[in-house]
Ligand binder design. Structure first.
Ligand code: PGA
Length: 256
């Protein structure tokens, strides 16, 4: 069984010194041989300085996004090639990228392929909007997001892949509510089926499916125990050392 994964997505928060401060608070409290894989996803600006301070026995780093070309005249963009030495994971298709920056399934597919091509593991985010859930389209949306994100990859490529189920209506301070563990479980079973039909059961079994959307120390345990979540993508509560450490601890204890 693969280790559970807890990813802190710091989004557009913290400058270099604030990030170092949070890292140090986390670093002094976390154990070296953690049963849970803990990943920090700070801004691009902060990745390099943090990479020099981080204890890699305790944490891994992730980028929050990347561009799909490896290099060239693309003002303002950062490629997976540039991130290769810094990060082990890259988040692709986060709903804020899809909905605020109009990223399409095609963009997500190209980015996923670029991440894999550069030897990094993609954390592919999928999730329906409130309207799509209300209209009973959840599975249809997830089916097309999953298959299009992975259309350029082979079963060989995806052995470490992580899928984050992040219903759009559950994310951020304007969230309607968090998903329930049952809702997560239903989606995770469905996603495994889609992955197993495309890549084969053996490969699909190893793909971790994590939950994101208003994860906090109160709801984390139920997602692992009742929902069967392989971990979390945490936004707001990853900005607070105490809460993030609690979520890691809960994930670890729920595992046992
Ligand atoms: P949240 O964000 O935990 O603040 O809801 C989750 C995410 O966007 O990944």
């Amino acid at each position: 069984m693969r280790k559970k994964l807890v990813v802190g997505n710091w989004k557009m928060h913290f400058n270099v010194s604030q990030s170092s401060h949070l890292l140090h608070r986390l670093q002094e409290r976390i154990q070296t041989h953690n049963d849970v894989e803990v990943v920090l996803a700070p801004s691009f600006l902060v990745l390099q300085p943090l990479s020099l301070q981080i204890d890699r026995r305790k944490f891994k780093l992730a980028a929050q996004d990347c561009y799909w070309q490896d290099e060239g005249a693309f003002t303002g963009e950062i490629s997976a090639t540039m991130l290769h030495d810094l990060v082990e994971y890259i988040i692709v298709g986060h709903s804020e990228r899809r909905h605020v920056f109009n990223e399409t399934d095609e963009d997500v597919a190209r980015k996923t392929a670029a991440v894999i091509r550069n030897g990094i593991v993609p954390i592919v985010c999928v999730g329906e909007t409130a309207g799509e859930r209300k209209d009973g389209e959840t599975k249809q949306v997830l089916y097309s997001q999953l298959l299009s994100a992975l259309k350029n990859v082979t079963s060989e490529d995806i052995k470490d892949l992580v899928i984050a189920y992040e219903p759009v209506w559950a994310i951020g301070k304007d969230a309607v509510r968090e998903a329930t563990p049952e809702e997560f479980r239903e989606v995770a079973i469905f996603a495994k089926k889609v992955l197993s039909d495309k890549f084969g059961g053996g490969i699909a079994r190893d793909i971790r499916i994590i939950y994101g959307g208003s994860v906090n120390p109160k709801n984390a345990r139920d997602f692992v125990v009742e929902g069967g979540a392989d971990g979390f993508l945490v936004g707001r509560d990853s900005l607070d050392a105490k809460k993030f450490l609690q979520i890691i601890q809960i994930t670890r204890d729920a595992e046992r």
